[in-house]
Design a protein. Structure first.
Length: 133
């Protein structure tokens, strides 16, 4: 296949070209599908297999052989530095205590005291200072 230089085209021209390519790909895909179906029907006819039997066989095999594998995602899970169910209190005043993981998002006073930039070890040490005795 030849390579084409599209660097001289404007963004608008590239968008038009991309749409034309998508449309052409759909037309080609439809043509290929029609050709495949015609080939299947001809082969089925040569073997004295009815269209209904052919369709039923394709459907039965589809569920067995065509399965989508889940997409792998690279998710980094940051370990929690707080203890689930433990009560943490604001050392600067009588603010509402926060119970680890049980009553919604962390309160603003806690977010100020323990920034997200801390390492898990540093955050764990800071959380331990705020534990209610």
């Amino acid at each position: 296949m030849d390579t084409f230089d599209f660097s001289h085209l404007s963004v608008a021209d590239l968008d038009k070209l991309a749409n034309k390519v998508k449309d052409l790909a759909k037309v080609k895909r439809d043509e290929d599908l029609k050709s495949l179906v015609t080939e299947f029907l001809k082969k089925a006819n040569d073997l004295n297999v009815s269209e209904i039997d052919l369709i039923n066989e394709i459907k039965s095999r589809k569920s067995v052989s065509v399965t989508k594998t889940p997409k792998k995602t690279n998710v980094i899970v940051k370990p929690k530095s707080w203890v689930y169910g433990a009560t943490y209190c604001d050392p600067n005043g009588p603010g509402k205590p926060w119970i680890g993981g049980t009553n919604g998002p962390k309160p603003p006073w806690l977010l100020k005291l323990i920034p997200g930039s801390l390492t898990p070890e540093e955050a764990t040490a800071e959380y331990s200072k705020l534990l209610k005795s």
